[in-house]
Each structure stands twice: as structure tokens, then as C-alpha cells.
Design a protein around this ligand. Structure first.
Ligand SMILES: C[S@@+](CC[C@H](N)C(=O)[O-])C[C@H]1O[C@@H](n2cnc3c(N)ncnc32)[C@H](O)[C@@H]1O
Length: 276
């Protein structure tokens, strides 16, 4: 119900604008999602019992409906270009692949381009894509079909902090560009949930914007305030205030490693943590 209240049905002008912009800026996304009935598909994937947490029901990235419309999924490819994500993806996939997973859970999967490519490289793995936005899941589903991974992929409309999976369900839990979108308390709850659903010896792989970019806190805060404002990132400052590797250590993760990935002018970090 909340979904219906929050997401507006796309008006005709919005559809036309979407198509027009899509043709120019993201031609491959336009082709991929052409003829997709987003509203119908979103209803199919939607878990009607799910109650959206209030922090999620806010305008985000300059989009009034936040993630509860197809706008962000549609434009994601363009975002990936602008922020150099494609340039760091191969390194991220190699790190994930080296953990030799059998069952991967991708929390806040979005269009799932990283985990899908990882699963494509590992023909024996099972992939579970989880997101709070049914629209993001619609896009992920289309990508899964494109890569021919339907047989070993499941889609789940749920919160990353309350996945509903049993203890020890997966041996690799991923969260790509999720943590900077979460309030601090939710970020901690997601780390706790990842710890719970991992098998002993399993890995938690977190990819996101670099934290503690400069060693002077006041300069760091100033840079972050500017970025949060320009990118309309609601929880950016909360994310920046608590290094993820420290949160993982507090939660009992061991062998925590951090690697910096450069895609100038952007800098990312990968944190890999193991469950004892
Ligand atoms: C910036 S996108 C990143 C998508 C994808 N992981 C990637 O790297 O391309 C963040 C995604 O996290 C999802 N999300 C945000 N909060 C969430 C939560 N608490 N539980 C599950 N998904 C969440 C959003 O709906 C969105 O799809």
C-alpha cells in the first residue's frame, strides 16, 4: 500500500521525457528496458507485507520518489559512466571471486551489474538479489534475463537489515554502494544481519565511496558536506562519520582488509571481512 501512496503513476509527459532523455543519454538502457511495463512488473515482485522504513521514503538523488520509481534504475548506467564505476568493477569482481563463493547474496542489489557479472564468471554459484525497491528489482530481473542467469538467480523484495534468510545462509554477502545510502543505525543493523546470514568462514564484501579521504577531519567534513549537497545524498555525512571497517570489527568480523580503487576523480574502497 505504501508503495502505491509514495510512487506516482508516470504521467504521459514524464514517459515522453524519460524516453527522449533515455535515447540521448543512455541508449543501451533504453534498448534494454524498452517495452517494459515497470508498474506491472514491480507489482509482481513486490512483497505486499513489507513495511518500508521511514528513512527510505525520502526524495533522493534529486528524485522526488526516491528509489520507488523506475527513474533511478533507468538512469543507473549513466551514473556508472559519470562516476567511473565500470572502471573499478573488474578489480571488485576479482576480489569477490577469490573468496570462491557458492551462494551469493547481494544486499541493495539495484541493477545488480556487479554481482551478475560475478555469477556469470562462476557457473556453479547461486545468486540472490535483494532490494527494497521493486523497480530496482525489475531492472535487475531484466539484466538477469539478458545474461541468461534465470535458473540460478532469485529476487527478493526486502530490507537489507532484515533479510528473512536463515542463519548461515550464504558464503558471500555483498553490499555495493549501499552503505552511503543508510542512516548510521541502519548501517550497523545491516552489518549485524550480514554476520548472521553468513556461514562461518564466509565473507562480507562492501564496495562504496572512500571514507577518511584526507587525514584532517575539518577538511574531510567540508569535502563531504559539499558532496552530500551536490549529489543529494541524504545519509552521506552519517556514512562518512563511521569507518565501515571499524563497524565490521565491532560486529565480530575478522581478517578485515581494505583496498582503495581509483577511478579519477573518484576514489572507492572495498572492505572484505570474514566471519569467524
Ligand atoms: C546506489 S544503489 C546501488 C545499487 C547496486 N548495488 C550497485 O552497486 O549498482 C543503492 C540501492 O540500495 C537499495 N537500498 C537502500 N536501502 C536499502 C535497504 N535498507 N535494504 C535494501 N535495499 C536498500 C536502493 O533501493 C538501491 O537500489
Amino acid at each position: 500500500m505504501l508503495l502505491e501512496q509514495f510512487s506516482t503513476q508516470p504521467a504521459a509527459w514524464k514517459e515522453s521525457l524519460n524516453r527522449y532523455v533515455g535515447h540521448i543519454l543512455v541508449p543501451s538502457a533504453q534498448e534494454l528496458y524498452d517495452n517494459l511495463d515497470w508498474e506491472r512488473e514491480a507489482r509482481t515482485l513486490c512483497n505486499v507485507e513489507l513495511v518500508y522504513p521511514p528513512y527510505y521514503l525520502v526524495p533522493h538523488h534529486g528524485v522526488a520518489t526516491g528509489y520507488l520509481s523506475n527513474w533511478q534504475a533507468f538512469g543507473w548506467e549513466l551514473i556508472e559512466h559519470i562516476f567511473g564505476i565500470q572502471r573499478v568493477r573488474p578489480a571488485l569482481i576479482s576480489i569477490a571471486q577469490a573468496t570462491h563463493p557458492q551462494r551469493i547474496v547481494d544486499l541493495g542489489c539495484g541493477t545488480a551489474l556487479t554481482s551478475i557479472r560475478l555469477a556469470q564468471r562462476m557457473p556453479d554459484t547461486e545468486l540472490i538479489l535483494l532490494d527494497l525497491s521493486p523497480y530496482q528489482l525489475v531492472a535487475a530481473q531484466r539484466q538477469v534475463q539478458c545474461f541468461g542467469l534465470q535458473q540460478r538467480t532469485q529476487l527478493r523484495h526486502a530490507c537489507a537489515e532484515e533479510t528473512g534468510f536463515v542463519d548461515g545462509y550464504a558464503d558471500l554477502v555483498m553490499a555495493s554502494l549501499l552503505f552511503h545510502e543508510l542512516p548510521r543505525s541502519t548501517a550497523r543493523a545491516v552489518i549485524q544481519e550480514a554476520q548472521r546470514i553468513l556461514t562461518p568462514g564466509g565473507h562480507f564484501l562492501i564496495f562504496d565511496a572512500i571514507q577518511q579521504v584526507v587525514p584532517w577531519p575539518s577538511v574531510d567534513q567540508m569535502i563531504n558536506k559539499l558532496l552530500a549537497f551536490f549529489m543529494h545524498e541524504i545519509y552521506w555525512n552519517e556514512y562518512m562519520s563511521e569507518p565501515i571497517w571499524i563497524s565490521c570489527a565491532r560486529q565480530g568480523f575478522i581478517h578485515i582488509k581494505r583496498k582503495i580503487l581509483f577511478a579519477p576523480p573518484w576514489i572507492y574502497q572495498v572492505v572484505l571481512a570474514a566471519k569467524d
